[in-house]
Design a protein around this ligand. Structure first.
Ligand SMILES: [Zn+2]
Length: 278
């Protein structure tokens, strides 16, 4: 449900993005006659039994865009992510890193954009009981199941959280739920802040800012950087992970309407990467 809500929280596509997304769906033959121009981000949720061609792109004759390109500028949601094949997840990692996918054909290479928000959901083990205590898997089975999500792919997942079973009483003190529209307003504001800050450098979102620029030109207060250094020294985060933490910290600061992230934001970003949550 959370994954399905995310597209509703994202701002509408810019005219250029709308054209890109529409062109991809037009080539794939998935453009609805009722919506000739796609102006809002889409959610694409392929099943783990999907073929490589339908997930990544390909097929007979002209290489057609797959789910990862149909999700361009939107959300790609993989439920039961551990059930996907190793080569599929590997191709996915490449797309996440490069923002596009290249499909080799006999007479050339087809390139499609694939820049999406990736959401993965997985059970902690193959037997997937409602209560953790009912699990019948051995520690080896649990480890093996989870290791299907390779380290390099997991390293590119910025926010990890463990969902606990919902108990009736949990909702009692949360107050009325926020509507998607209210949250969307907050997201839009944060996006505008980021876009204004990076405009002179040609970036729009925190996700686009290269690591070296974050580390050298937009340094954070010493206290915040020390937290990150300690994470690197203890092996809690990789070098790539540290850059990704910085981007999350900037996003948290944008949501809180701060000029730049402080130690709390970096601390929260590190907590989101906690491997124990995974
Ligand atoms: Zn189990």
């Amino acid at each position: 449900m959370l994954a399905e809500r995310i597209t509703g929280l994202l701002p509408p596509l810019t005219p250029n993005e709308a054209l890109e997304v529409t062109a991809i769906h037009s080539i794939a033959g998935t453009l609805s006659p009722k919506v000739p121009l796609m102006t809002v981000p889409t959610l694409i949720a392929p099943h783990h039994s999907a073929s490589m061609a339908s997930l990544i792109g390909g097929g007979v004759g002209m290489a057609r865009p797959g789910a990862i390109s149909l999700a361009h500028r939107g959300v790609l949601f993989l439920d039961e992510a551990c059930e996907f094949g190793g080569s599929q997840l590997e191709a996915l990692r490449t797309a996440v890193e490069e923002g596009e996918i290249r499909i080799a054909r006999r007479d050339g290479v087809a390139r499609y954009p694939a820049r999406f928000q990736l959401v993965l959901a997985t059970n902690p083990c193959p037997c997937a009981p409602i209560r953790d205590v009912d699990c019948k898997c051995s520690p080896y089975e649990r480890r093996r199941y989870f290791s299907r999500l390779s380290g390099p792919l997991l390293d590119r997942i910025d926010i990890r959280t463990r969902m606990r079973p919902i108990h009736a009483m949990d909702n009692a003190d949360l107050g009325p739920p926020e509507s998607s529209a209210t949250v969307r307003e907050r997201v839009t504001k944060a996006r505008v802040r980021a876009a204004e800050r990076w405009a002179e450098h040609g970036w729009q979102t925190n996700a686009e800012v290269p690591g070296p620029a974050l580390r050298r030109h937009f340094r954070l207060p010493a206290k915040a950087m020390r937290l990150l250094d300690r994470g690197l020294e203890t092996g809690f985060v990789s070098a790539r992970g540290a850059d990704r933490c910085l981007r999350i910290a900037w996003t948290l600061a944008d949501l809180a309407e701060k000029d730049r992230p402080d130690g709390d934001d970096v601390g929260a970003a590190l907590e989101f990467r906690d491997r124990r949550a995974a």
